[in-house]
Design a protein. Structure first.
Lengths: 141, 228, 128
């Protein structure tokens, strides 16, 4: 599985391991703080925090944790907050199905991926069975 | 009369000219051809120096021009920013929410509804609901020329969000043409309370007000009776 | 170490209603714990209504959203009405975009309105 391309001009704001439920709370609070520092409106802050929370939970539940990298940089002339989620979990077998509303492979009612996608400006996903999943979210300012 | 070409030094001098020219080609405009002797080659040497001089001047001009352009570009970008800001301000102005009666807000929507505008409209309305504590909001769409699937979805989203806060929305001002389009497009607005005119919506909202007041009073009466 | 674990969200009983005010960003276990805590309290006190104040919550994701709507269905089976009180506009917009419209869950702008709603519920039940 190929990693996402990084722009050398991007600034890395932080790398956070996600191992426990408390990490989910901690990282999503970090996400809101960064969005706030970025002077995003309150609705935008809430959107990005919620999307991050959804993906953190997926990571925790299905992949036994992983790592989140937060960057800031210019993407297609937008000043963007960039969140990259990386795990070494089982991967997603049927991506099309997982991206459709109302699907879930264990507990809950789905919504995770398609819901998170609706809340951000850019959503990329790469997954490989038994290797892991890479997801990158971007929110323009 | 010019001196004849001094053949002894000619090779050296040509090498020097070559060096100077390649320096200029590399971007160094401070070098000049030094000529100590006056002979047939001197004319060429001087001509080269003048050329370098001209080149330096032209380059300076073009740098100045570039700076000028950059400044102008920055000005234009700033103006663009102001325009965008003004557009946003206008949009906010174009969706005024006002409290018209006890517990009732009205949002008259005029003009075309696009995503961005609905977004601002929705945020304004929800904030106003929280600020005023009104639990009933009338969205009057008399001034909206057409309703397509996207607009209908935006309206639905607004109504659903308001409901999550604890407020009910009524959509009024649905013209026959809009009613026809909505049904033809197969949009389901059944979960939204719709009224033909603003007046109908107003009457409905005021009746709801009375109803809830009456229910609370009757309930309190009952409790009092039971206690007696 | 796990300082979140220590916190228990208080449930206050007033008349025949329970009042719960969520003041912390809950992790999933705490949310589930709160759910069973409220249900137990309904059983113990015979409460007819529960007001859950979420006005401090800056974010409700699908997990907490489902916990809240599940809570309402479960309480209703136990003959108690649940009202979610004080959701922030940004949270409401995000929930709808997430696809969680929470149909069937009663909501109110503030505690007072929530109380009124419960009173109305009681009145209409008494009318039957």
């Amino acid at each position: 599985m190929q990693a996402f391309e990084y722009d050398s001009d991007w600034t890395e704001l932080g790398v956070y391991p996600v191992k426990t439920e408390n990490d989910i709370v901690r990282v999503r609070q970090m996400a809101r703080q960064y969005a706030k520092n970025f002077r995003m409106g309150i609705v935008e802050q809430t959107r990005i925090t919620t999307a991050v929370s959804e993906l953190l939970r997926n990571m925790y539940q299905y992949a036994n944790g992983g790592e989140v990298t937060i960057n800031q940089g210019y993407v297609e002339e937008h000043n963007a907050l960039i969140f990259t989620f990386e795990d070494q979990g089982p991967g997603i077998e049927n991506l099309d199905l997982a991206m459709s509303d109302g699907y879930t492979s264990g507990g809950g009612m789905g919504y995770g991926l398609p819901g998170a996608k609706r809340l951000v400006d850019s959503f990329e996903i790469r997954t490989e069975t038994n290797t892991g999943t890479l997801i990158r979210l971007m929110k323009w300012k | 009369m010019e001196d004849k070409l001094d053949l002894k030094n000619v090779k050296q001098r040509i090498n020097h000219i070559e060096e100077v020219l390649s320096s200029v080609a590399a971007g160094d405009l401070d070098v000049r051809v030094d000529s100590t002797v006056e002979d047939d080659l001197t004319g060429i040497e001087e001509a080269i120096n003048i050329l370098i001089e001209d080149l330096t001047y032209e380059l300076k001009q073009s740098i100045n021009m570039q700076n000028d352009l950059q400044e102008k570009l920055k000005k234009i970008q700033d103006q663009q920013k102001t325009i965008v800001q003004q557009q946003e301000d206008l949009m906010e102005l174009s969706s005024p929410v006002s409290k018209v009666w006890d517990n009732i807000l009205i949002l008259p929507v005029i003009g075309t509804l696009d995503s961005q505008r609905t977004q601002i409209m929705m945020e304004n309305l929800l904030q106003k609901i929280v600020d005023t504590g009104c639990t009933m909001a009338i969205l009057d769409i008399t001034g909206v020329p057409t309703v397509d699937t996207q607009v209908a979805n935006h309206l639905l989203k607004t109504v659903t969000s308001a409901r999550l806060l604890g407020a009910d929305c009524i959509i009024s001002g649905i013209s026959p043409a809009i009613a026809q389009t909505i049904v033809h497009l197969g949009i389901d607005l059944s979960i939204i309370r719709t009224k033909a005119t603003l007046q109908d919506a107003m009457i409905y909202a005021m009746k709801q007000n009375k109803k809830s007041d009456a229910l609370i009073t009757s309930n309190l009466d009952e409790i009092e009776e039971r206690e007696e | 170490m796990d300082h979140f674990q220590e916190k228990k969200i208080p449930i206050i009983k007033i008349g025949s209603y329970l009042i719960v005010s969520i003041q912390v960003d809950m992790h999933d276990k705490l949310a589930l714990q709160l759910q069973s805590q409220i249900l137990e309290e309904i059983e113990k006190t015979g409460a007819k209504g529960v007001l859950i104040d979420i006005s401090v919550l800056e974010m409700v994701d699908s997990f907490i959203g489902r916990m809240l709507s599940g809570m309402a269905s479960m309480a209703s089976i136990m003959d108690a009405a649940v009202v979610i009180v004080g959701m922030q506009p940004a949270v409401a917009i995000t929930l709808v975009e997430l696809g969680l419209e929470m149909p069937g869950v009663d909501t109110a702008l503030n505690m007072e309105r929530g109380m009124e709603l419960l009173e109305r519920r009681m009145a209409s039940i008494n009318d039957d």
